[in-house]
Design a protein around this ligand. Structure first.
Ligand SMILES: Cc1cc2nc3c(=O)[nH]c(=O)nc-3n(C[C@H](O)[C@H](O)[C@H](O)COP(=O)(O)OP(=O)(O)OC[C@H]3O[C@@H](n4cnc5c(N)ncnc54)[C@H](O)[C@@H]3O)c2cc1C
Length: 321
């Protein structure tokens, strides 16, 4: 039989959003429980240097997340090494089941399950991630000053990444598998007018060639989608910008989401379509996708959860937002 636990504040996810929600929740005496998921510490645990976290000139992603975990533990947050596998948000307390057979009853819930970048699926791509292969120009563009970089994709994100990279790179080549972009007209105008940007149409990346020491990217191998013709494009880095998948499958049909599956929240708020359920970080943010914005939203979610629970305590029948 499943063990059933009650908690005032349950947090799903232990990346910057979940960790910050837990820190604020603990300091508001909500005794939060965090279900860490398959990737304790979240996306930053798979990167190397982070140079845009305020207060640290440079910090290794895993070290930063280890410090957040230590801070949570110091404040008495309970961390559960498990994965949420089913939720029922129809009634409060909300019911959350885990892979390990636990059942939680939560008076308020913060969803901070993050998102994952879509990759091309090439073996070399995984080996060179953080060594010239990236999915985040804001995070890694700085490392490509005066270099030639490629961006793969054809939507708004790809075009925005390409434009952003012109701040550092000597040359930016956008590679798109079709003969036209999906990006909006304004983005396209800016892209085509930019002297540093070239576009290669109708091409897919078939391989990423490493430098002889294996520590960087030397070139992309491209195939023409119409003729199959091979082309080698020497570059120093490649940014894959073909989209992200928010980890929201669990909540489908129970919370309002946009067409891409991101959780919809009220303006200037982390409140979802279900009172008492809050969403923070990349799971609800298709625009910024940064550790510091995720942490900021985690803070908001905990403060909003605390206010929600306080209002409930005063007026038990009322569903506060
Ligand atoms: C390689 C790489 C480098 C990056 N570099 C930078 C950088 O330099 N600077 C920067 O600001 N940002 C960087 N980012 C982006 C940054 O990591 C994210 O914006 C940030 O981690 C988002 O935080 P989050 O808490 O919303 O989600 P995530 O970090 O994605 O964390 C999600 C959490 O949810 C958990 N989870 C998922 N499903 C479940 C479930 N069913 N049950 C329980 N838990 C679940 C996961 O285990 C994980 O703990 C980088 C990202 C990557 C991939």
């Amino acid at each position: 039989m499943s063990e059933e636990r009650s908690t005032r504040l349950l947090i799903l996810g232990s990346g910057p959003a979940g960790a910050t929600a837990a820190i604020y929740g603990a300091r508001a005496a909500l005794q939060p429980v965090v279900i860490q998921g398959l990737q304790p510490g979240g996306q930053l645990t798979i990167t190397t240097e982070v140079e845009n976290w305020p207060g640290d000139t440079s910090v290794l992603g895993p070290d930063l997340m280890a410090r957040m975990e230590a801070q949570m533990r110091h404040l008495g947050v309970e961390l559960v090494a498990d994965v949420a596998t089913a939720v029922d948000l129809r009634h409060r307390p909300f019911r959350v089941e885990t892979d390990g057979g636990l059942v939680f009853r939560a008076e308020a819930l913060v969803i901070a399950t993050g998102a994952t970048a879509r990759w091309l699926g090439l073996p070399a791509e995984a080996k060179l991630r953080g060594r010239g292969v990236s999915a985040c120009a804001t995070c890694d563009g700085f490392f490509f000053r005066d270099r030639h970089v490629a961006v793969v994709g054809g939507g708004n994100s790809a075009v925005e990444e390409a434009l952003f990279l012109t701040n550092f790179a000597r040359q930016v080549t956008l590679i798109h598998r079709r003969d036209r972009l999906r990006a909006d007209a304004t983005n396209q105008r800016r892209l085509f007018a930019h002297p540093k940007i070239a576009v290669i149409w109708n091409a897919v990346v078939t391989d990423i060639e490493a430098t002889p020491d294996g520590m960087g990217v030397a070139a992309l191998h491209l195939a023409d989608t119409r003729t199959g013709a091979f082309r080698r494009l020497p570059v120093d880095g490649v940014f894959v910008a073909i989209g992200h998948d928010p980890a929201t499958g669990l909540f489908r049909g129970q919370l309002e989401m946009d067409a891409a599956g991101y959780i919809v929240t009220a303006p200037d708020s982390t409140a979802t379509s279900v009172p008492g359920v809050f969403a923070a970080g990349d799971v609800k943010d298709r625009h910024f996708r940064q550790a510091v914005t995720a942490a900021g939203m985690g803070c908001m979610a905990a403060l909003e959860a605390e206010r929600f629970l306080a209002a409930q305590a005063q007026e038990p029948g009322r569903e506060a937002a």
